[in-house]
Design a protein around this ligand. Structure first.
Ligand code: CP
Length: 329
């Protein structure tokens, strides 16, 4: 794809060479993310960071990524602090805010809303999560993390064995990740969820159509016994009709050190897009895993800055300028 000036709304936009290009650019961002070098390549540029749903990682890491490239960030968080609360349309909001910004990141609870916003925007828009639909930057950083974690074992993404565990119906990160995995070879995907929270059938079929071995199960311990990656997700309570309905599924698939030791192969990597729900009745990834060296959840979050820097550099067409505008610290 041509990145320059493009919206990033769905992982459907990428083919394998696009994914590998993003990862190469992300690798090159490491000295800047680690504060060993400083670049001012986006000096004078403004990111409009608009988050109409709660976020810690995506909002802050998009902002940090833009700052690390030398740009400035202006934020709106929550409908209540936006004129949308007074009835302003997404169209008008997009027309106005895109006059103030060079690029916009947006999270919104409704599926398709970020695409609707982007259609009216005069600058590129990056999807920070639209309802239960997609979370493209998260899926890219997840796959980037898988690539890095497996590289330390002399492995690539082709031939990956992964278990996706939890709320696979409403979890947008796993939807996007499965779509990305279609571009790799011989992937074995085990989908572990309550039947009511299963991965949408079209996504399962798309993976099978490229030859991936997809197993659907409710058996956690068996499914994590022969995988490279155990990727856990939270019950997405905010997508349920009521807390009581979400409570029916909370805590169904818990991974802790004892289960890990008993069932996982040595060096199985544990991932989670975060936030993990650490309330006692949920606790899908127990704190007793925190000292496990294969717990990659915080490396995963760190990688988000690299991948988001890469997306900004590509969309704003400054990849070749990053080093030229840099100095050592
Ligand atoms: N992974 C993720 O989207 O986290 P936040 O909700 O904190 O942005």
């Amino acid at each position: 794809m041509i990145f320059t000036g493009s919206d990033i709304l769905s992982v459907e936009q990428f083919d394998r060479s696009d994914i590998e290009h993003i990862f190469q650019v992300a690798d090159a961002m490491a000295p800047y993310a680690l504060r060993r070098r400083v670049t001012r390549v986006l000096e004078g540029a403004i990111l409009g960071n608009m988050f109409f749903e709660p976020s810690t990682r995506t909002r802050i890491s998009f902002g940090c990524a833009f700052n690390l490239l030398g740009g400035e960030v202006r934020e709106t968080t929550g409908f209540e602090s936006s004129a949308i609360a007074k009835g302003e349309s997404l169209y008008d909001t997009a027309r106005v805010l895109s006059g103030f910004s060079d690029v916009i990141c947006m999270r919104h609870p409704q599926e398709g809303s970020v695409a609707e916003f982007a259609a009216a925007s005069r600058v590129p828009v990056l999807n920070g999560g639209d309802g239960a639909n997609e979370h493209p930057s998260q899926a890219l950083l997840d796959l980037y993390t898988i690539r890095k974690e497996l590289a330390s074992k002399d492995r690539g993404i082709d031939g990956l064995r992964i278990a996706l565990i939890g709320d696979l119906k409403y979890g947008r990160t796993v939807h996007s990740l499965c779509k990305l995995l279609r571009h790799f070879k011989n992937v074995q995907v085990t989908l572990v969820s309550p039947a009511e929270l299963a991965m949408p059938e079209n996504i399962v079929e798309e993976m099978r159509s490229v030859g991936h071995n997809v197993v659907v199960t409710e058996d956690l311990t068996q499914s994590i016994s022969n995988v490279d990656i155990a990727y856990s997700t939270r019950i997405q309570e905010e997508r349920f009709a009521s807390k009581e309905e979400a409570d029916m599924y909370r805590g169904r698939f818990r991974l802790n050190q004892s289960i890990y030791t008993q069932y996982c192969e040595p060096n199985t990597v544990i991932m989670h897009p975060l936030p993990r729900d650490s309330r006692a009745d949920a606790n899908e990834l127990d704190n007793d895993l925190n000292q496990n060296p294969n717990l990659a959840i915080f490396r995963q979050a760190d990688n988000g800055v690299l991948v988001r820097m890469a997306l900004f550099a590509l969309v704003l067409d400054v990849v070749d300028q990053v080093d030229k505008c840099a100095r050592d610290v």
